[in-house]
Each structure stands twice: as C-alpha cells, then as structure tokens.
Design a protein around this ligand. Structure first.
Ligand SMILES: Nc1ncnc2c1ncn2[C@@H]1O[C@H](COP(=O)(O)OP(=O)(O)OP(=O)(O)O)[C@@H](O)[C@H]1O
Ligand SMILES: O=P(O)(O)OC[C@H]1O[C@H](OP(=O)(O)OP(=O)(O)O)[C@H](O)[C@@H]1O
Ligand SMILES: [Mg+2]
Length: 390
C-alpha cells in the first residue's frame, strides 16, 4: 500500500461539554495519510507485544534539544554516567545500574512511552509531563526539582495596538473585542494545557492554532492575538514585541524524574533502581554549591572552640561544627593546643564564613567542594512510597 505526505487540515473541538466555552483548536499539521478507505489507528507506543514481556528496566532520556546534554551531565555528576557507543545509537547503558537500558527519545515521546508501558522511568521537563500526561494517574513525579531546564509556560500578548494597556489576564478576559464571531486567537504548542488554563480562568471566546516552533512570530504575522509558550530569559518575547501579563503563567517548569506507577509496582527491580537514582540525585543536588571548610583554631577545649564558632551566624554548618583536637608533642608531652573545625558552607556564604573564621582566631583555612550529602533518609523516597501506598 502506498503512503504519501499530505497537508491535512483538521479541526479539533475543545474536550469540554461546557456550552459557554467556544474554544476550538484548528490544527494544520503535516500528517501521514494512507490511501485506504478504512480508518487507520496510529499509536505512539506498544501495540502487539505486552510490555511485561521484557525484563530490563528502561529509562528514557531526551535524545536532543536543550535538555539532552544537561541530563547526561547531571547523571555523570551522580556517578551514573551513560555509556553510549555512538551518538546516533538510541540505546545505551548505565554500567552502575544493572539491568538498566537507556533509550534516547524526544521528550514528548518519553511521556507517551511511559504511558504505553514501553518505558519505566524518564527525565523530561515538567511542562512536557503535564502536557502529554494530561493528568494520567499512572505518571508519578519521583523528583520534581532537578535544577535545570528552568522555564515557565506563559501567555503573552503584543505590547502594541489594542493590547497596549492590557497587563493582566483579567483585563484580557474583559476586553469587549472577544465574541463568538471574533474570538481571541491563541497560538500554542500546548494544545491540552492552553485550552484548560484559559477556560479555568474565565476566557469564554477563544480559538487555538498550533505550530512546532517560532510561535512568537504569530501575532506580527496576523495569525494570532496571543501566544502561550515557554519563556526562560524573556529575550524571544522582547525581540518580538510581546509581553507577559499578570496571572498568565500556566506553570513553572524544570527537569523532573518521572516514573510509571505500574512499572514501580509491578516490574521487578524498578522500585529499587528508582531508590538508588533518587538517593544519588538528592545527595548530589544537596551538595551542589556547598563547600567543606576546615580551619585550625587555638583553644582550651573542644567545647570552648565550639562556643566561639557558634557565635558566628555563617559557621553553624549542617548540624553544627565538628571540632576535633589537633595533637602535638611539646616537652615530651602530647597536648592539644589547637582544634580543627570542619563545617559545610553554601557558596554564597563562603567569603563571609572565611572572614568570620578569621575574626574568631581561625587559621590555615582549607576549602574543598562537596560531592554528595547523604542524609539519613531521602525525603523524596518517603514521599514516593507514600504515593504508592507502600
Ligand atoms: N527557553 C528555554 N529555557 C529553558 N528551558 C527550556 C526552554 N525552552 C524549553 N525548555 C525546556 O526544555 C524542554 C525541551 O525543549 P526543546 O526546545 O529542546 O525541545 P522541544 O521544544 O520539545 O522540541 P523541538 O525540538 O521540537 O523544539 C522543554 O520541554 C522545556 O522543559
Ligand atoms: O525566554 P527565552 O530564553 O528567549 O526562551 C524562550 C524560547 O525558547 C523556546 O524556543 P526554542 O529555542 O526551543 O525554539 P523552538 O521554538 O524552535 O522550540 C521557547 O519555545 C521560546 O521560543
Ligand atoms: Mg523548543
């Protein structure tokens, strides 16, 4: 059967039974159409083979785009380096984690494949999980703050024309211009979250169009009145004469570790592997921007030195200072005139800490970066178990 590429305009109505909300999504996209009279079902994920037939644990990582490198860097920093034979090969391994397959996929496909049971774990932006997960209960955010890929999904309108004095979502909603015949036209790649957000915020007459990128051009091209897209530095909006408005942020996003509830509960080894990944992520992320500071201090006893250290606000460390005697031999006798103190200090307080140490008699200050901070328990592991009812 021959297949050909064709422009297929299609019209989706907003998935709502509410008659007051007249949103429609008109989607013009390039799709594969089949020369067959019978309808074709297209799925992104498992069809025939049962996902439970495999034994390996599968982690989906972004194959390209701005998340790809940062994800590999984070895993490397957690001593979970991904070993990829060559960059065009989509399967890889993490030698530290036995029975683990890494699959490189586009972020949206990671979410789809978690839902279809073809992946067990994934790292993507929260925006992608929320958009493509569509509130599906099978997706669990195991780590919600991997500290990269920061951006927000936000509504933006032109700075000029009828929008010149419009600065909030409320003002936008109250503009008399939007009617059934002439609705507010919003361009967005977020065709689930966009309509949901605007409906929840009382915008009644809205239509949506979509494109795969460069949405910021839509208002100037006359295609849309507003756009709903990701914003990070705000440069793209500014350069295209657009502005964000108060109340227009749909969600704040960053990279997250997401898991399939079914896999966590049913697939052997997934829960243990998730525990290990979570432990390493939390220990590493807690240690980022923290330094160990050691210094010597003259004193009469460990308690006296500790008291002096604790008079300084930047020197309390994680659980208070560690103070240990430094022994030396004097006149044939072993004595401790000096004490070594060890504290953990955040980068931004580093210089202040050194100043405070010196002020109370500290000398020989040594500073080294921290790799991990392992707590007694990983808070997110507790939360995950409780989410799973375990
Ligand atoms: N400007 C940005 N600053 C920071 N993070 C961003 C920014 N834009 C997107 N992201 C994050 O990176 C993720 C991937 O974005 P990226 O642009 O690489 O791929 P994409 O837009 O999903 O695909 P495409 O290659 O089709 O543009 C987004 O889902 C979001 O979480
Ligand atoms: O606030 P800023 O720092 O300017 O970033 C925002 C831009 O980044 C993303 O686009 P991307 O670079 O991914 O291009 P795309 O439109 O092709 O996806 C997003 O869609 C915005 O256009
Ligand atoms: Mg993009």
């Amino acid at each position: 059967m021959s297949m050909f590429l064709q422009q297929c305009p299609s019209l989706f109505t907003f998935p709502s039974s509410s008659p007051s909300f007249s949103a429609q999504i008109s989607v013009k996209s390039t799709v594969f159409c089949c020369l067959s009279p019978s309808p074709v079902t297209v799925v992104n994920g498992n069809t025939e083979r049962r996902s439970s037939e495999r034994n390996e644990i599968r982690l989906g990582l972004p194959s390209k785009g701005r998340m790809a490198t940062d994800t590999l860097d984070l895993l490397k920093d957690c001593q979970l380096s991904v070993r990829q034979v060559n960059p065009r090969q989509y399967v890889a391994e993490i030698p530290q984690l036995s029975n683990m397959e890494v699959w490189f996929q586009r972020p949206k496909d990671i979410v789809r494949k978690l839902l279809s049971g073809d992946l067990d774990l994934g790292i993507v932006g929260l925006d992608t999980v929320t958009e493509y997960g569509q509130g599906n209960d099978d997706l669990i955010i195991a780590h919600d703050a991997l500290e990269y890929g920061d951006c927000r999904l936000s509504l933006a309108i032109p700075k000029y024309g009828i929008f010149e004095n419009i600065n909030s979502l409320k003002e936008l909603a109250q503009m008399p211009q939007w009617t059934v015949q002439k609705p507010l036209r919003v361009a967005t790649g977020f065709t689930y979250l966009g309509p949901k957000f605007l409906k929840e915020n009382g915008l009644k007459h809205v239509t949506f169009s979509t494109a795969d990128g460069a949405l910021e051009a839509a208002p100037a091209m006359g295609i849309a009145d507003a756009i709903l897209d990701l914003v990070s530095s705000g440069t793209t909006l500014r350069e295209n004469n657009l502005k964000e408005i108060e109340g227009g942020v749909v969600l704040e996003s960053q990279a997250v570790l997401v898991a399939s509830r079914k896999s966590l509960i049913q697939r052997k080894g997934v829960l243990d592997t998730t525990h290990e990944i979570l432990e390493r992520l939390e220990a590493h992320l807690r240690a980022v921007d923290q330094f160990t500071v050691t210094a010597n201090m003259r004193g009469s006893s460990a308690e006296e030195v500790a008291e002096r250290v604790l008079t300084q606000p930047s020197l309390s460390g994680l659980q208070g200072p560690t103070v240990s005697p430094v022994f030396c031999k004097r006149d044939g006798r072993v004595a401790a005139d000096y004490y070594a103190i060890v504290i953990c200090v955040p980068k931004k307080a580093l210089y202040k800490s050194v100043q405070q140490l010196r002020a109370i008699g500290g000398s020989g200050v040594l500073i080294s970066p921290l790799t991990y901070i392992f707590d007694e328990e990983t808070p997110r592991w507790r939360e995950l178990l409780s989410e799973l009812g375990l």
